[in-house]
Structure formats: C-alpha cells, structure tokens
Design a protein around this ligand. Structure first.
Ligand SMILES: Cc1cc2nc3c(=O)[nH]c(=O)nc-3n(C[C@H](O)[C@H](O)[C@H](O)COP(=O)(O)OP(=O)(O)OC[C@H]3O[C@@H](n4cnc5c(N)ncnc54)[C@H](O)[C@@H]3O)c2cc1C
Length: 395
C-alpha cells in the first residue's frame, strides 16, 4: 500500500448537494477516499428547491426517503394561462414533494456510511491542477489535494464559465388557506414570467412553496404581486432567490480528471429546471466512471463512459425540451390562451394515464398535436416553427 500525504484524497467533491453527495456515495462505496467540501454551514440548507420529484426517479437514485423527508403526495396539476386552464390527473406518475433539507442529509449519511468525509463551511476559493494533482484551496487558506476533482457547485459554476442567459427565480415558503394539498399549480403569463412560469407546490394542506421565474424580472416584486392576486391571508415563512439554467446540458462533462456534474453541467430539465433526478444520475454515472478510472491506474479515458451514459439516458429528451422551450418563448399571452383553448380532453386523458414526469417531451408533443394548434403555430411562428418541427423529427 502506498502511503498518501496528509490532506490527500482520491477524489475531492466541490459542493455537498444532491449530485455531489451521490457521486461521493458511489466512489466511497468502491473503497476510495473522498472529501466533500461544502460552503454552507449545513448540508441541505438553505433549500433552493421545490422538491418535486417522481418516486421512480428516486428509486433510480437508490433512495427510499424516510417518512419525514416526504412532505406530500401530488395527485393533480392545474396548468393556467391568463384566461384558460386545464387539469392533469398525475396519480399514475407517483409524484412526491420532498424536504430537501432532510433529503440532502439522508444522502450525506449514505456517503458518510460508505467512508466519505464531509466538511461544511468550507468554501472553495481555487482549484489548481499541476503535476497530475488537484490543489483545492478553501477560504480558511487550507489546501487539500486529490487525483480527481468533481465540480458539483451548481449553477454558479455555469455563470462563472461565461454563460449569461440565466433566469432569476424566487420562491417563498408560505402558509395560506388557498393552497390545496394534492394539487400543483403552474401559471404561464408571458408578460409577468417571460420564458418561465409561476408555481405553487403544496407541502401540506394550507402550506407550500410559491415561486416565480422569468427573464429579467424582479422576482421579489413579481412574487409579491402573485401573492396579492391570490389574496390574503397568507404568511411568508422563508424566502429564497436562486438562478436557473434552462438551456440543456453543457459538454464536455470532463477535462483531464476534473469532472462536472449536476446543475454545474446544465443537467436540469430545459422546461422546468428540475434537476434532482437528472443531476443526481449525473453524480452516479460520474462516480462509477471515476471509480473505474481509479481501479485502472487513474486512466481518465473511463470518464467517456460517464458522458455517454448520461447523454444516452437524457440527451434526446433534453434536446426535445429545448425545442419546446423555443416555442414557449415565442408565445404572447393571446397565443398562449389560444393554444390552451385548443387542447382536447382526449390529449389530457392520455397524459393523465401515460404521462412520464421525468421524460415529458412526449406529453408536450401530444398537447400540441391537434391540427388546429399545428396550423396556428405555423401561422404564428412561420419558418421558425417549420425549423423546430424539422429539428424535432431528427432527434
Ligand atoms: C427555486 C428552485 C426550485 C426548484 N425546484 C425543483 C423541483 O421541484 N424539482 C427538481 O427536481 N429540481 C428543482 N430545482 C433544481 C434542483 O434544486 C437542482 O437541480 C439540484 O439541487 C441540483 O443539485 P446540484 O448538486 O447539482 O447543485 P446545487 O443543489 O446547486 O448544489 C451546489 C452546492 O455547491 C455548494 N457550493 C457552491 N459554491 C461553493 C464553493 N465555492 N465551495 C464549496 N461549495 C460550494 C452550494 O452551497 C450547494 O450546496 C429547483 C431549483 C430552484 C432554484
């Protein structure tokens, strides 16, 4: 056995949230030393998440959440425009709302049980690579060393890499009697939430998370207006503001032995910015490939498998969602209303019985498939729509 110097690990993971913790769990389960450095003082806090996830997704992540981690079970979703709405029965999709503060701690416990070390209040200030070693410095000045570095520091890294089109979001946890326990609400309004939407995610009867996101909006002000419209009484228990990335995955997922996962790699759904499942799988695939590399004398060619496994699982779906987003971004309130009024009850029934929360491009396609909708989009968007349809047919 070769003796390793002090503060030397096989892998350092930057960021102790869902993707980083899952990568750490995988790598440490194969007997390799892992250090997770998390800038916040507590894993799971502050919670920047609606916590909506499918039970199937969680199973694939290898997690059966404890009872206290599950806030709620969702039975339906109401989707609204200014003057129209429809409701989907989502019981078949087994969607739950989890408490990320508790969920992330469960993941931390799994990682730690396999031998990973977690340090909170350890903000990484620099990552330097020299002579095949990563030198990871934290704000106290301490330096840790590793053979692999896993970049799991979230959307902030996307911004640091120079990508500009980030959407601001705000989410309040509130108590309000108008929140229905079983039903998620999504509201489109191209003026108020350009490029995104407002949402209500119930965590129980009369309590939940209310959020808005949209290009260039003042999220605090927009949320206050949303709450005013819903009406009093309500109490705000917690406020968070966070950026969203909605343009799909960002390749390459690795350079040398520096491996990017989760939000930092753009592994969030381009439609909803949900990333617990897709980013979590990024962590798992990366963790497995890094373990193989370590088994084979640090051969980084095994990292190819991480990228191809993730793209094989999510690539086409994400590419389709990017195209549906292009349609959404072009629609004004009048056309959103028109589109919604053309959605047939048979399309809604089909989605209710066969829809898939994690891979919902097919559901979007069937919603937009009515002849009258297709004709409208051709007239409204012209060649742009023709190009989107042609691109969709190639995926
Ligand atoms: C308002 C909102 C609602 C959402 N709702 C949902 C939802 O309902 N369902 C869903 O699936 N997804 C949702 N998401 C997305 C989901 O939260 C993310 O996709 C997921 O948390 C990504 O995990 P991650 O590990 O990649 O990154 P993050 O969760 O962003 O974690 C990054 C971690 O890195 C740490 N970090 C940052 N900088 C440093 C540093 N310098 N040094 C050390 N550590 C650092 C951060 O503190 C953080 O813990 C939502 C996001 C937002 C903003």
């Amino acid at each position: 056995m070769t003796l390793k110097p002090e503060n030397f690990y096989d892998v350092i993971v930057g960021g102790g949230s869902v993707s980083g913790l899952l990568a750490a769990r995988e790598i440490s389960s194969n007997g390799y030393s892992v250090l997770i450095l998390e800038e916040d003082h507590e894993i799971g806090t502050p919670e920047h998440c609606g916590g909506v996830v499918s039970q199937k997704g969680l199973e694939k992540l290898g997690i059966i959440p404890r009872i206290k981690t599950i806030d709620n079970y969702i039975k339906s979703a109401i989707i609204k425009t200014k003057n129209n709405s429809f409701q989907i029965n989502s019981e078949n999709q087994h969607i739950i709302v989890i408490d990320r503060r508790s969920f992330d701690k469960e993941l931390a416990f799994q990682a730690q049980s396999n031998g990973a070390e977690i340090n909170t209040k350890s903000s990484i200030t620099s990552v330097d690579y020299s002579d095949g070693i990563y030198n990871v410095k934290i704000s106290s000045g301490k330096v840790f060393k590793s053979t692999f570095f896993v970049e799991a520091r979230g959307v902030g890294r996307v911004i640091k890499s120079g990508y500009r089109d980030i959407i601001p979001s705000g989410q309040y946890e509130i108590y309000a009697p108008w929140i229905q326990k079983d039903t998620i609400e999504v509201e489109f309004d191209a003026d108020l939430y350009p490029g995104f939407f407002a949402w209500i995610v119930p965590t129980g009867e009369g309590q939940g998370k209310v959020g808005v996101a949209g290009r260039h909006i003042n999220t605090g002000l927009t949320l206050e207006k949303f709450l005013e419209k819903k009406g009093k009484p309500y109490s705000i228990i917690r406020k968070i503001y966070a950026p969203l990335w909605i343009h799909g995955y960002i390749k390459p997922f690795y350079v040398e032995r520096n491996v990017t996962i989760g939000d930092a790699a753009g592994q969030t759904k381009p439609t909803t910015a949900g990333g617990i499942y897709s980013g979590g799988m990024g962590g798992i695939y990366a963790g497995r490939s890094i373990s193989k590399s370590l088994e084979n004398g640090n051969d980084s060619s095994f990292l190819k498998e991480y990228q191809s496994n993730w793209i094989n699982s999510f690539g086409k779906e994400f590419d389709r969602q990017v195209l549906f987003r292009k349609i959404l971004e072009r629609l004004d309130n009048k056309s959103l209303d028109k589109l919604f009024s053309n959605i047939s009850s048979s399309a809604i029934d089909k989605i209710s019985s066969t829809g898939d929360f994690d891979f919902h491009a097919a559901a979007l396609k069937s919603l937009l498939n009515a002849k009258i909708t297709v004709n409208f989009l051709y007239t409204f968007m012209g060649n742009e729509y023709r190009k989107i349809i042609s691109d969709l047919s190639k995926i």
